[in-house]
Design a protein around this ligand. Structure first.
Ligand SMILES: [Zn+2]
Length: 452
C-alpha cells in the first residue's frame, strides 16, 4: 500500500477515494511497550475504538484517517489508556500537522475559509485559534515601553484601545474596547511597570485615570496632535456657520475654503493666500476664527512650559465674544487637561507614528471583513516577521548589572554588557532576544501587499 500519509507513526492499510476526499485506514506503527503512568512493562490490550481524524488536504481533497485506536490496561497500576500516537493531536480529532496548519492558517485567513478548506467546522477552527493565541501570548513577550502611547483606533465598527511603544514605533497591544476596566486589567499585567516613564494619550479620561492608578510614577502627556486638532474643528464649525447664512452665489466664491482655512497660514501658496485674504475681507468672522486657530497653534512654538502657559492664558483672554461658542470645547478640554497638555513642554514626546497608524487602520478596515476582533488583533501582534527585535548577548554578571541599572532607569543594557567584556574573565554568555512589538511600518507594508 502506498504511503499516502507520510506520517512516521501511522501505517496506511487502505485508501478509499471519492470526489470529496480520501478516507485512509491506518494503524499505529509504534505500539506502546510500557504503561503511560507508571512505566511498568506489564500491560495488556483492553479493547479498541475506531476513531476518525481529519488531516491536511491532499491533492486539494479533504483527508480523513480512520484509526483503530487500541486501549491498554496496566496490570500494575490498573491505569487504562489509549495508545499514544504522536502524529495525532491529543486534544482534538485532528492530526498534529493539521492542527499546526490550522493554527498558521487562522492567523492568515478567515475562519470560514480555513473551515471550508480543511473540512473542519468553524467552531473547531475558532477553538484551535483561541488556544494558539493564548500560547503565543505566553511565548511572545513584548518589552515594556519606556514611552507608551495609548490611543484609540476604530476597527470593526468600534473604538479600541491601541497600546504602542513610541520610541520603537511598534504596537504592543490591542484591547477590544477602551473602557477603564479593560485598560486597568491590561496595565495590571505589565511586567516591570517602572520602565514606563511617559504615557502619551488622547484626551480620554479613562486612560488618564488608569495610568494614575497603575503607574503613579509616570507622566501623562497629551499628544499635541489631539489638542491642535480641536482648533481645526472649531475653525470648521465657524466656516459651516458662515456658509449657512450665504446665498448660493456667495457660497460659490468660497471654493476649496475648507482646505485653505484648515491649512497653516505659513503653508499657503500665493494663490491660496490671495483667495484667503479676499474671504477674510468679505467675511470677517472667518478671518477672526482663522487668526484664533493660528494663535492656538503658535502656542506649540513656545520653548518652555512657562511661556506656553502664559501664551495660552493670553490667547484665552483674547477670544472675541462672537467666537466663544465655537472655541468653548477646545478651551474646556485644554483647561481639563491643563497639566497633561503642558507636560508636553517638559517632555516633548508625541505619537510621531499617528499617520502610519491611521494608514494601518484604513487598510485593516479594508481587509478586516470576515475577521473577528480577536483574529485581527492576533494578526497584528503575532504574525511572524512583523516584530522589531534586538538580539543581545548577555552574561550573568551583565544580567545582574542590568537588573540594578534598570531599577535606576539607566540606559541600554547592551552597552553595559559591552563595557564588561573581558576575555580573561569572560563569564558564560547566552543570547537573548528583546521583542519591541509589531513594527507599524512593516504592518502597513504587509497589509498593503495583502501579505498579512
Ligand atoms: Zn501503570
Amino acid at each position: 500500500m502506498s504511503d499516502l500519509l507520510h506520517l512516521f507513526h501511522l501505517a496506511v492499510q487502505n485508501i478509499h477515494e471519492d470526489e470529496h476526499g480520501y478516507l485512509v485506514e491506518a494503524s499505529n506503527r509504534t505500539p506502546p511497550e510500557t504503561c503511560g503512568k507508571c512505566r511498568s512493562p506489564d500491560i495488556r490490550k483492553f479493547g479498541s475504538r475506531q476513531q476518525l481524524y481529519n488531516d491536511t488536504p491532499i491533492h486539494g481533497k479533504q483527508v480523513t484517517i480512520q484509526v483503530n485506536r487500541q486501549r491498554y490496561q496496566c496490570k500494575l497500576c490498573k491505569k487504562v489508556f489509549h495508545e499514544p500516537i504522536h502524529d495525532l493531536s491529543s486534544d482534538r480529532l485532528v492530526t498534529q500537522r493539521l492542527h499546526d496548519y490550522v493554527e498558521k492558517g487562522s492567523l492568515k485567513r478567515t475562519f470560514t475559509d480555513v473551515a471550508a478548506e480543511t473540512g473542519l467546522d468553524e467552531k473547531t477552527i475558532r477553538n484551535i485559534f483561541r488556544d494558539y493565541v493564548q500560547r503565543l501570548a505566553t511565548e511572545v513577550k513584548f518589552d515594556t515601553p519606556r514611552w507608551m502611547g495609548v490611543d484609540e483606533i476604530h476597527i470593526i465598527k468600534k473604538p479600541r484601545a491601541v497600546i504602542t511603544n513610541i520610541e520603537k514605533n511598534t504596537v504592543v497591544e490591542l484591547l477590544p474596547n477602551r473602557n477603564k476596566k479593560s485598560i486597568l486589567a491590561y496595565f495590571a499585567g505589565i511586567k516591570d511597570p517602572h520602565t514606563i516613564r511617559y504615557v502619551a494619550t488622547d484626551m480620554w479620561r479613562p486612560y488618564r485615570e488608569a495610568v494614575y492608578e497603575q503607574f503613579p510614577h509616570a507622566k501623562v502627556v497629551v499628544d499635541k496632535f489631539h489638542v491642535v486638532k480641536m482648533a481645526n474643528e472649531a475653525m470648521e464649525a465657524v466656516r459651516k456657520a458662515v456658509r449657512k447664512e450665504l446665498t448660493d452665489r456667495q457660497r460659490r466664491t468660497l471654493m476649496h475654503d475648507r482646505f485653505v482655512l484648515l491649512k497653516r497660514l505659513h503653508d499657503l501658496t500665493d494663490q491660496e493666500y490671495l483667495k484667503f485674504s479676499g474671504w477674510v475681507r468679505n467675511y470677517p468672522l472667518l478671518g477672526a476664527a482663522h487668526a484664533l486657530k493660528e494663535g492656538f497653534y503658535a502656542i506649540w512654538d513656545s520653548t518652555s512650559r512657562k511661556e506656553a502657559e502664559a501664551d495660552y492664558a493670553r490667547w484665552k483672554d483674547d477670544i472675541p465674544e462672537e467666537l466663544v461658542p465655537y472655541f468653548s470645547d477646545l478651551v474646556r478640554a485644554t483647561d481639563n487637561w491643563h497639566k497633561e497638555i503642558f507636560n508636553y513642554f517638559d517632555h516633548p514626546i508625541t505619537n510621531a507614528y499617528t499617520e502610519s497608524l491611521n494608514n494601518l487602520i484604513r487598510v485593516m478596515n479594508r481587509i478586516g471583513r470576515g475577521y473577528s476582533f480577536d483574529a485581527l488583533r492576533a494578526k497584528i501582534l503575532f504574525t511572524e516577521g512583523v516584530h522589531r527585535v534586538k538580539r543581545k548577548r548577555k552574561s550573568t554578571s551583565a544580567r545582574r548589572q542590568e537588573a540594578t541599572a534598570s531599577l535606576d532607569g539607566m540606559g541600554d543594557s547592551f552597552m553595559i554588557n559591552r563595557g564588561f567584556y573581558n576575555l580573561a574573565t569572560r563569564p558564560p554568555e547566552e543570547e537573548e532576544m528583546i521583542n519591541y512589538g509589531a513594527a507599524i511600518s512593516t504592518l502597513v507594508e504587509l497589509l498593503e501587499n495583502d501579505e498579512l
